[in-house]
Design a protein around this ligand. Structure first.
Ligand SMILES: Nc1ncnc2c1ncn2[C@@H]1O[C@H](COP(=O)(O)OP(=O)(O)O)[C@@H](O)[C@H]1O
Ligand SMILES: [Mg+2]
Length: 218
C-alpha cells in the first residue's frame, strides 16, 4: 500500500472556535492506482491533500506513505520523504519563478537523484512543452504553467502523486486530454495518484472515487 489514512482528524480555528475540518477520515491507495476525491468547496479536500503530502500536521489518527508513518517524522524526515517519494501538483502550480521550464521540471528529480533526461524529454513532448523549455514561468499562460507543474510532478517518478484540481486552469477539452495523458504516465511509472477534482467526469476516469462532505468520507 503506498498510502493509508486511518481515522485522521484535523481541527482548525474558525471565528475563534476550533472546528473539525476532517473527522475520522480513512482511505487507502495501492501502487499504480488512482483515487479521485470530490466534495463541495470548503469540505476539506485541499486540507486532506496537504496532510497526506506531509505539509501539515493533524490531531489524531495515522497517515502512512510508502510504509512510513508521518507522525513519527520530524521536519527533516518529512522533507526527506517528500523529496524521495511524493510529488504534488498544487492548485496554484507553485513553479519557481527564477528557474526556466526545463529547470523547474528537473529540479525535484535531481534532488531525488532520479533525474532521467530521456524521461524529461518524453514528458515535455507529450505535454506539449518542448518549445517552451527555455522560458520562465511568468512568460507562460496559466494552462502552460499547469502542464509544467504536471511534468515536474512526474519527472522523479514519485511513489505517490498528489494533485489538487490539476486541470482546473485548462478548458474542458484540453483538460480531458491532459488528464488522459496523466493517467497514462502514472500507469507507466506505477505511481499512485490521489487527485482532487470537482468534476464528476474527471472523477469517473479514475480507478476509485471518494466524496468528502462536512468532514467525513462517503
Ligand atoms: N489555515 C487555515 N486556517 C483556518 N481555516 C482553514 C485553513 N485552511 C483551510 N481552512 C478552512 O478549512 C475548510 C476546508 O478548506 P479546504 O481544505 O481548502 O477545502 P476545499 O479544498 O475542499 O475547498 C474551509 O472551511 C476553510 O475555510
Ligand atoms: Mg481546495
Amino acid at each position: 500500500m503506498v498510502l493509508t489514512v486511518s481515522d485522521v482528524t484535523k481541527t482548525l480555528p474558525q471565528s475563534g472556535l476550533e472546528r473539525p475540518i476532517l473527522d475520522r477520515v480513512s482511505l487507502h491507495l495501492e501502487a499504480g492506482k488512482s483515487l479521485a476525491l470530490t466534495g463541495e468547496s470548503g469540505s476539506g479536500k485541499s486540507t486532506l491533500l496537504h496532510l497526506v503530502g506531509a505539509l501539515d500536521g493533524f490531531d489524531s489518527g495515522e497517515i502512512r506513505v510508502d510504509g512510513t508513518s508521518l507522525s513519527v517524522l520530524d521536519d527533516s524526515g518529512r522533507a526527506a520523504l517528500r523529496r524521495s517519494s511524493i510529488s504534488i501538483v498544487f492548485q496554484q502550480f507553485n513553479l519557481i519563478p527564477s528557474l526556466n521550464v526545463s529547470a523547474n521540471i528537473s529540479l525535484q528529480a535531481k534532488l531525488a537523484k532520479r533525474y532521467d533526461p530521456d524521461w524529461e524529454d518524453q514528458l515535455a513532448q507529450r505535454l506539449g512543452l518542448a518549445q517552451l523549455l527555455a522560458r520562465y514561468p511568468e512568460q507562460l499562460s496559466g494552462g502552460q504553467q499547469q502542464r509544467v507543474a504536471i511534468a515536474r510532478s512526474l519527472a522523479m517518478r514519485p511513489k505517490l502523486l498528489l494533485a489538487d484540481e490539476p486541470t482546473g486552469s485548462l478548458d474542458e477539452e484540453t483538460g480531458n486530454a491532459v488528464l488522459a495523458l496523466m493517467l497514462d504516465l502514472v500507469a507507466e511509472s506505477n505511481t499512485a495518484l490521489f487527485l482532487v477534482t470537482h468534476s464528476p467526469t474527471i472523477a469517473s476516469a479514475l480507478d476509485r472515487r471518494l466524496h468528502l462532505s462536512t468532514g467525513g468520507l462517503t
